[in-house]
Design a protein around this ligand. Structure first.
Ligand code: NAD
Ligand code: ZN
Ligand code: ZN
Length: 349
């Protein structure tokens, strides 16, 4: 079968022919209908050899939707032909965090060498993929695979972050979204659906600012050193009760801190190497700064239910598996509007 692999440190991903895997006991083989391309893959592909904690080559793709093709021994909760999405942050399934569905914070994944697909285990940008346990599958039912696939990360990650801050997003409050890309353009929609807050988006790209407005941002402003002053003006000095940074680079993290209101939540989602000092006087009183990772299984089910109600519409561009390297190049160049989705078996249906 064909797969997109990151084969050696520093090299661009390439389409290769590899053997089609067979499901072992408890495993499920999916025929992949759609796989999303996330900016985090550049973080993985940018790591020096001594930081890559898993063997290469690695089949990329940590957002996957497929059709159950084959069941390993003992799998009884899904059937061949079911359309399912993969819950990506795989954990042990047994520890206290996994017990409440928060496998993204599994206490034993590292120790047991459990990696998410596409981030250590073979991923979704392939004709077929293995899923380690039926617990990591969520029914897609009537959702379009191309719409559903980005929800497993570009939807779930902002949903988890936003849900945490909902108590602060009361009428009259302001939420800031920095970076209106794959995650950010979904975050704007989630904020509009789940809260009465005024949403202000920031991006360096005029096209992404236009997308932000299109998907519901009340304002979209340039992300530069004047952004905090502009937000002060737009909020009559009150600033923002919640700031979500989907870039996480030193300049955006600085903006995130500078536009926080007293008692605000600042959530650093982007993996851009920025850090925000916390200490008396460094930020307004009682600001909370967090850097979350992905979301829980229960939250993924909630995101899908929200999408079924028509509340979220992901902007996508689709590519064949042969053209997957081009999708990565466009994402790298900031040219993707919304999420790039690979269709490894042709049109997803
Ligand atoms: P993307 O490339 O689709 O979007 C990034 C957006 O940020 C683009 O619109 C770009 O124009 C904009 N941008 C770049 N520099 C900017 C700046 N200085 N100010 C404002 N906007 C700027 O990326 P994505 O797939 O949406 O991922 C976003 C970030 O979130 C990445 O860092 C990714 O690694 C990270 N991520 C984190 C988690 C997590 O669990 N914490 C999960 C998924 C993705
Ligand atoms: Zn991701
Ligand atoms: Zn666990």
């Amino acid at each position: 079968m064909k797969a997109l692999q990151y084969r050696s440190v520093g090299a661009a991903p390439e389409v290769v022919e590899i053997p089609r895997p067979s499901p072992g006991p408890g495993q499920i083989l999916l025929r992949v209908l759609a796989a999303g391309v996330c900016h985090s893959d550049f973080v993985v592909m940018g790591m020096p050899a001594d930081q890559v904690g898993f063997p290469l080559p690695l089949t990329l793709g940590h957002e996957g939707v497929g059709e159950v093709a084959e069941l390993g021994a003992g799998v009884g909760t899904v059937r061949v032909g079911d359309k399912v999405a993969v819950y990506g942050p795989w954990g042990c399934g047994v520890c206290a965090k996994c017990a409440v569905g928060a496998e993204n914070y599994c206490l034993r994944a590292h120790e047991l060498g459990i990696f998410p697909p596409g981030l250590g285990a073979p991923g979704a940008i392939a004709e077929y993929m293995l899923v380690d346990d039926a617990r990591h599958l969520v029914p897609v039912d009537d959702l379009d695979p191309v719409q559903a696939v980005p929800l497993t990360d570009a939807g779930l990650t902002p949903y988890h972050a936003i849900k945490h801050s909902l108590p602060k997003l009361v009428p009259g409050s302001t939420a800031i979204v920095i970076g209106a890309g794959g995650l950010g353009h979904v975050a704007i929609q989630l904020l509009r659906q789940l809260s009465p807050a005024r949403v202000i988006a920031l991006d360096v790209s005029a096209e992404k600012r236009a997308l932000a407005k299109e998907v519901g941002a009340h304002e979209a402003i340039e992300s530069d050193d004047k952004a905090a002053a502009k937000i002060r003006e737009l909020t009559s000095g009150r600033m923002a009760e919640a700031v979500f940074d989907f870039v996480g680079a030193p300049p955006t993290v600085a903006i995130a801190g500078a536009c926080a209101a007293v008692e605000a939540d600042v959530t650093l989602v982007g993996i851009g190497g920025g850090t925000l000092p916390v200490g008396f006087g460094a930020l307004p009183y009682e600001v909370s700064v967090t850097a979350p990772y992905w979301g829980s299984r229960a939250e993924l089910i909630e995101v899908f239910d929200l999408a079924r109600s028509g509340a979220v519409s992901v902007h996508t561009e689709t590519y064949s598996l042969d053209d997957a390297p081009q999708a990565y190049k466009r994402l790298h160049d900031g040219a993707v509007r919304g999420r790039a989705v690979i269709l490894p078996n042709g049109q997803a249906g």
